[in-house]
Design a protein around this ligand. Structure first.
Ligand SMILES: Nc1ncnc2c1ncn2[C@@H]1O[C@H](COP(=O)(O)OP(=O)(O)OP(=O)(O)O)[C@@H](O)[C@H]1O
Length: 242
């Protein structure tokens, strides 16, 4: 079963002469419980793909389904509700609230949704992301890697159908990035979580089950069992680093 399904999704920014086709008839299914990386040269449509798949942006044509629910035709309120309850997000810049401690940051999506905070679940998530002893810390008292772990815990707390990552390791050094990628891999393996991550980094993409390659708004390849070398080689052929 696909957790996310795009059918003939196109996205055009602007009008007339200045119009840019960021996605061109993209059709793809993301299997539930899988870790998917999205790669491609700069400007190939990765962010647009992620935003359309996550209900952050509305395609110009085509349809997006999230766990069987069709997003097209939903109003802004419905989309906000869907994003809040059924989707988790992890960004490059962590996006934590500086004045809130770890527990308050992690439980914020639940409180925004008016849902109860399950203490057992919260402790389980903090343990999984390795933040047991940090519950009362503010973001400024944490390292970059720890802050991203808070963001991952926050993304998981609502038990979303899918977690979307936009360059989640982009601001981290190599070692810290590796720990965060291992954590994402583990939440896929042990919690059955579905994760879709945009990245520029072949090392990061190699943690995924499948890598989708975008070029000029189209999915031009899908690689299962990626290695950093195979991903880098494919990116070179797409002219990503010329
Ligand atoms: N809001 C916008 N208005 C106009 N054009 C846009 C807008 N957002 C994106 N584009 C254009 O759409 C195309 C795809 O952009 P997108 O950001 O999805 O690519 P990307 O692969 O994520 O790029 P990068 O790796 O550089 O972040 C680009 O040509 C970009 O200039």
């Amino acid at each position: 079963m696909d957790v996310v399904r795009l059918d003939a999704v196109s996205k055009v920014y602007g009008k007339g002469q200045g119009a840019v086709a960021a996605l061109r008839e993209v059709s793809v299914g993301i299997p539930r419980g899988s870790f998917t990386a999205v790669m491609g040269p700069s400007g190939s449509g990765k962010s647009t793909f992620l935003h359309c798949a996550a209900g952050l942006d509305v395609p110009s044509s085509g349809s997006v389904r999230l766990g069987g629910t069709k997003l097209s035709g939903m109003g802004e309120d419905e989309l906000t509700e869907l994003r809040r309850k059924r989707v988790g997000f992890v960004f490059q810049a962590f996006n934590l609230v500086p004045a809130l401690d770890v527990v308050e940051n992690v439980t914020l999506p639940l409180r925004l949704a008016g849902a109860r905070v399950d203490r057992g679940r919260l402790e389980e998530i903090l343990r999984r992301v390795g933040l047991e002893g940090r519950a009362g810390h503010r973001p400024a008292q944490l390292s970059g890697g720890q802050q991203q772990r808070v963001a991952i815990a926050r993304a998981l707390v609502t038990r979303p159908e899918v977690v979307f990552g936009d360059e989640p390791t982009g601001a981290l050094d190599t070692m810290t990035a590796r720990d965060v990628l291992r954590l994402l891999r583990e939440v896929v393996q042990s919690m059955g979580q579905s994760v879709v991550m945009v990245t520029h980094d072949p090392l990061a993409a190699a943690y995924a089950d499948t890598v989708l390659f975008l070029a000029d708004g189209r999915i031009v390849d899908a690689m299962t069992g990626p290695t950093p070398e195979k991903v880098a080689e494919r990116m070179t052929r797409l002219g990503a680093w010329t």
